[in-house]
Design a protein around this ligand. Structure first.
Ligand code: ZN
Ligand code: ZN
Length: 262
């Protein structure tokens, strides 16, 4: 590639971009060669056409995705009866985050994907999860200043060999053009949350997260922060992250975006 002339700044910009685009294409081609999953449907295993590869699902299986439809709480996003606007939990105590969205219910192929990604040796699924979250971000027409994620404990990162929300958020950051920031860390081990009720979860989650060492509050102060998680259950975990982001790091607004709601 020849050196562009000094006067043609615009052209130089285009050239630079197309070079990045080419590099990206090469990277993607290598990744697809390494991960043949992109060629078969994640759910039924049927071979995929070119146009279906970005979502890794065939058109039939995509139709059966467990989309959440109907009325949801305006604050936490929990599905509620149509006559209400706010769920019973948010009527008594508003969560620290301002909004929480998730396109899917935590069931069927979505549950399978999340579990295989996190704990089933299928960590390449981060691309698929990021794609759906990004699509939903665009559909909601959200505007944020920066993006971060619910961090995992060191023990979990070691066990899995990777940090699941981090890998997903790296892609989301790029595709939504939100700066990726690392404001949070886990400072207390979280007990197993699966079989606990709401008030136990809320109690257990207190003090689990803290501002990450060396994080510059300039990146959160007065800003609208997008917080990514895989599944929102009671909203206790996302709520505690939002509390730290707001109370300790000065964020103005925290919007939670997850793949699924349990
Ligand atoms: Zn299929
Ligand atoms: Zn609610």
């Amino acid at each position: 590639m020849g050196k562009p002339k000094k006067s043609k700044t615009a052209e130089r910009g285009i050239k630079k971009e197309s070079w990045i685009g080419l590099r990206e294409k090469i990277k993607n081609a290598i990744q697809e060669a390494l991960f043949p999953w992109a060629f078969v449907c994640l759910d039924c295993g049927k071979e995929l056409g070119d146009e279906d590869r970005t979502h890794s699902l065939c058109p039939e299986c995509r139709k059966n995705l467990p989309y959440i439809t109907g009325t949801r709480c305006r604050y936490c996003g929990e599905p509620i009866e149509q006559k209400y606007d706010v769920c019973k939990h948010c009527q008594t105590a508003r969560p620290y985050f301002d909004k929480a969205y998730a396109p899917f219910a935590y069931e069927g192929v979505i549950k399978k994907i999340i579990l295989s990604y996190k704990d089933g040796n299928a960590n390449y699924l981060y691309k698929f999860i990021a794609k759906f979250i990004t699509d939903y971000y665009n559909a909601l027409d959200l505007r944020c200043d920066a993006v971060c994620y619910v961090p995992s404990s060191k023990a979990k990162i070691l066990r899995r060999g990777f940090e699941h929300n981090k890998k997903v958020t790296e892609i989301i950051s790029k595709d939504t053009r939100n700066q990726l920031i690392y404001p949070l860390k886990v400072v207390k081990n979280m007990k197993d949350q699966t079989r606990k009720n709401r008030s136990q979860r809320l109690e257990d989650i207190k003090g689990v997260f803290a501002p990450a060492k060396g994080f510059d509050r300039m990146f959160t102060w007065g800003k609208t922060i997008l917080l990514i998680d895989d599944v929102v259950t009671t909203g206790a975990t996302a709520g505690e992250c939002a509390r730290v982001l707001k109370e300790e790091l000065g964020a103005a607004t925290v919007i939670v975006l997850a793949l699924a709601r349990a």
